[in-house]
Design a protein around this ligand. Structure first.
Ligand SMILES: [Zn+2]
Length: 723
């Protein structure tokens, strides 16, 4: 179908008959110069189960036919086809049009997308050594394919021609958005640079990538080296026998038999600090964590970070941006570091006051338990836990009987989607799944029509990655006439056979969260698949999911699902209130460590190239002092020297996104509260103006159109209990 519409293969077949016809048809008199041969590039044909869309309803993957051995050939063929398609677009002798360039790019690579969607779902949720091996083999090939697209000069020339003419092309808004985003992506890869600058960019990219890799390796080694060695069991008082045995084993593995080794987690705070009763041990463990990669040895990361920050700023300047944050954030909702920093600084006054209250509360607990010290960061979790136990303790075994998983899903998560968006769900057993734990539902729209498929894979397995996530097997697209096939994966501990399938409060909350992502996919109403559904910016993509968490505790929803699995009784009111209060505990710390880390990230990446190379110690000291937060007691979740998110790749100038989407979530919920709450009409508005929109328009404009104003921090502060 793709080939038919784009590259006239059927016309090619007809054209092959032309010489014969020419024998009987006299040539027209005016045909002095022969017509050029029609443009008919050769696109290879795929074979196997992914060569064509699945014949199952919604083009659902046919797991009854898909074998592990299908993936590598399918992905490699898919890459070859996509390369040929891209070459064909780039070399098309016709003048560029939106249809023969941008839309053609959207249509390219469908076999690859089909195979890759299933393959990446399985490598994350149900992997095995064969899939893992294929994964490492195809990763560089996929990277090379991206280069073949975004470093293709001829392709860029077509995109640029269209972009420069965009005002006169009469494009629909989604087309203009697709064109703008595509153009920007090329520009960010250096398409506008001359050849000397391109060489410069290549050198910068090479050095940056080496430094990022080196950082990761040094940090791993530094973290290992910084593990705390303890020479007596007495110093570990408070730890569980299992923790002590693990510490003894870790020592033995390092050739330190008879001692104890406390290995470090990646964050500043260490989970064991909650239990260690020896203040000296706590302090030693905390200091080991917060000085890692700062010891002047081979694994000290400071010199590397100083160079990396400078080179990123130089790269941004070369590409026409003021700083690296502006470069990476240009396609985000916040767009630039100033906006992100202003947003976080807006949280600070209320947050600093809450930090003061928590410090006082913890100091009171220290005095109450006979201590005379004032709290230091290594004491915080130890005493905060005592405060929590005294004020908010919740016994999971009391809560869990009210959260039977199918009940949570069908009478909670689905019920809320019905109330808001008019959706209904029916379980189906006729479609093949990749594991017997997976269930499938058809999603129906308010008018009873079939809207989507939803797969749910709840239980932990040895071959599943940790955490929870959503993705698509099939992306919604009017261009292809496809409807969404969406899945949610999470990791709840699986009950023994025959036991009730009860989950924790947090896991129930995760179901609402992940289903918020699923709704972003299910309710997508877009023409172009690359800007449909949840294919949105990092500082937007968690908005629908965090927003959907709000409905779990909505009284109408909670009453509908939180029923005792045996008696059907609702959860007692006092227990509900305790659960809700516990959510707001220790937020001065929890939010504080995120805000200071996110500000540190933004400030490092808001440096212009003209600022030159920084001294990391001085820079960090200054940046943190400027936050106005209680950094001495509540240090950032990551300090500069071990901030893997930002120096190891991925999240540079992006750590704020977690907080930003939380702001959107609470602000949107406040809009509902102000406008009559959980009604179908309000849900429909959110569906039409946000959930169906994908990445088809500027996020800030999208939000403003929905809420009638820009988002603010007040509702977030209230939800965190800081107001
Ligand atoms: Zn999420």
């Amino acid at each position: 179908m793709r080939s038919l519409a784009l590259f006239p293969l059927t016309a090619l077949a007809l054209a092959a008959c032309a010489p014969k016809e020419a024998l009987v048809t006299p040539p027209p008199v005016a045909a002095a110069s022969p017509a050029p041969a029609p443009y008919a590039p050769v696109i290879p044909e795929g074979t196997g189960v992914f060569a064509q869309p699945s014949s199952l309803p919604f083009q659902a993957p046919d797991f009854s036919r898909i074998k592990d051995s299908d993936f590598q050939p399918a992905i490699e063929q898919g890459i070859a086809i996509k390369r040929a398609e891209i070459e064909a677009i780039a070399n098309n002798p016709e003048a560029p049009t939106f249809a023969n360039t941008l839309e053609a790019m959207e249509r390219s690579g469908q076999m690859l997308d089909r195979a890759n969607a299933v393959f990446s779902a399985l490598t994350a949720a149900n992997t095995n050594p064969t899939l893992d091996r294929i994964d490492s083999e195809i990763a560089p090939k996929l990277a090379a394919l991206r280069d073949a697209i975004y470093l293709n000069d001829k392709l860029f020339a077509r995109v640029k021609t269209l972009y420069d003419q965009r005002a006169s092309l009469n494009l629909a808004p989604d087309q203009l958005r697709l064109l703008t985003l595509t153009h920007e992506r090329f520009v960010q890869n250096g398409a506008l640079l001359d050849s000397a600058q391109k060489e410069q960019l290549k050198a910068l990219n090479g050095r940056i990538s080496t430094l990022q890799t080196d950082f990761g390796q040094k940090l791993t080694a530094a973290t290992r080296d910084a593990a705390l060695v303890v020479d007596s069991k007495a110093k570990l008082a408070g730890l569980s026998p299992a923790d002590i045995a693990a510490a003894a084993k870790a020592a033995e593995d390092r050739g330190l038999k008879g001692k104890y080794v406390l290995a470090l987690q990646n964050t500043t705070q260490q989970p064991l600090l909650v239990n260690l009763t020896s203040r000296d041990t706590r302090r030693a463990l905390f200091e080991a964590a917060s000085t890692r990669a700062l010891r002047g040895d081979a694994n000290d990361t400071r010199a590397l970070i100083a160079e990396l920050a400078r080179l990123r700023a130089e790269k941004a300047r070369l590409l026409g941006y003021g700083d690296f944050a502006s470069f990476t954030m240009s396609d985000q909702m916040a767009k630039n570091p100033a906006t992100a920093i202003r947003f976080m600084e807006g949280l600070v006054p209320a947050l600093a006051r809450q930090q003061g209250r928590e410090v006082a509360e913890i100091n009171a607990m220290i005095r109450k338990t006979g201590g005379r010290l004032t709290v230091q960061p290594w004491d915080w979790d130890f005493y905060a836990e005592k405060v929590r136990k005294a004020k908010y303790d919740i016994d999971e075994s009391q809560v869990k009987p009210y959260f039977e998983i199918t009940n949570v899903l069908e009478n909670g998560v689905f019920f809320a989607a019905g109330q808001l968006y008019g959706l209904t769900f029916r379980k189906r057993t006729d479609l093949p799944v990749y594991h017997p734990d997976v269930t499938v539902y058809t999603v129906y729209d308010a008018d009873g029509s079939e809207l989507a498929l939803f797969y749910f894979d709840p239980w932990t397995r040895d071959n599943k990655q940790g955490g929870a996530w959503m993705s698509n097997f099939v992306e919604q697209s009017h261009l292809f006439g496809t409807r969404p096939v969406v899945f949610n994966v999470q990791n709840s501990p699986k009950p023994a056979p025959g036991q009730p399938q009860l989950i924790s409060f947090d896991d129930a909350n995760t179901m609402f969260h992940e289903f918020g992502h699923a709704l972003h996919g299910i309710l997508s109403n877009q023409r172009y698949p690359s800007i449909a559904g949840a294919n949105t910016a990092r500082d937007f993509v968690e908005f629908p999911s965090q927003f959907n968490e709000n409905w779990m505790m909505e009284p109408r929803v909670f009453a509908n699902f939180a029923k005792h699995y045996k008696t059907g009784e609702p959860m007692p009111k006092a227990l509900v209130e305790r659960v809700q209060k516990a959510q707001r505990f220790n937020q001065g710390y929890a939010l504080g460590e995120l805000v200071s880390a996110a500000l540190l990230d933004q400030k490092w990446h808001a440096l212009p190239a003209s600022a030159g190379q920084q001294d990391p110690d001085a820079f960090e000291r200054q940046a943190l002092a400027a936050t106005g937060l209680d950094i001495a007691r509540i240090p950032p979740r990551y300090r500069t020297s071990y901030f893997r998110h930002i120096w190891g790749g991925g999240y540079a100038a992006g750590y704020y996104a977690y907080l930003w989407t939380e702001m959107l979530d609470h602000d949107a919920y406040q809009w509902f509260v102000d406008n009559g709450g959980m009604t179908r009409a309000n849900g429909q508005r959110f569906r039409d103006m946000v959930l169906s929109q994908g990445n088809s328009r500027d996020y800030a404009e999208m939000y403003r159109a929905f809420a009638g104003r820009d988002p603010g921090v007040e509702p977030m502060l209230k939800a965190r209990g800081l107001k």
